[in-house]
Write a protein that binds this ligand. Structure first.
Ligand SMILES: [Zn+2]
Length: 170
């Protein structure tokens, strides 16, 4: 059990990333405080855990789902993450990366990228839920190398509500 940074209660807390006029910081929130900030875009959980009462959620990189139709568009969601990779490289692109890194470094970078991708997917889903969506379509990732020891990954998608299509008569 940890202590909630918001209300001081001992609870099973979730780490959240808060972005406001003071910059970016990380805090531990109890489930009650998390729910209170559910609609606040400045507060985002960093771990991949759904709220227990959340409805099923669907995600795809394509424009729709077989057997479902889009009934409402809720808007585009976007998020990005910048991370250090722990060593300096000269890479400006994936091509450079494959040419210049040792096996261990390559593994560290690909592991970190996988982790970033998971975090981004989670945050997109969280933001889409805040908009009242039950699905994300057209999810797209972009990776850039803004410095010699950093990776930046961004992702976006369209938040929608989908409903099961009626069966077509034969
Ligand atoms: Zn709390």
């Amino acid at each position: 059990m940890k202590t909630c940074d918001q209300c001081g209660k001992k609870a099973q807390t979730v780490e959240v990333r808060i972005t406001d006029e003071m910059g970016v910081r990380y805090c531990e929130f109890c489930p009650d405080c998390l729910k209170k900030y559910w609609n606040d875009p400045r507060v985002l959980p960093t771990r991949f855990k759904d709220l227990p009462d959340a409805e099923p959620f669907f995600m795809t990189t394509t424009n729709g789902f077989e057997g479902y139709r889009i009934v409402e568009y809720k808007g585009i969601v976007f998020d990005e993450s910048l991370t250090g990779i722990g060593f300096r490289t000269t890479m400006k692109s994936f091509g450079d990366m494959f040419a210049s890194l040792s096996g261990d470094q390559m593994k560290a970078v690909t592991d970190r990228m996988g982790q970033l991708k998971e975090e981004l997917v989670f945050r997109l889903k969280y933001k889409a839920r805040q908009l009242g969506a039950n699905a994300l379509v057209g999810i797209d990732f972009e990776t850039t190398f803004p410095g010699p020891d950093a990776i930046m990954m961004s992702a976006n998608g369209t938040a929608v509500r989908i409903r099961k299509s009626k069966e077509k008569p034969d």
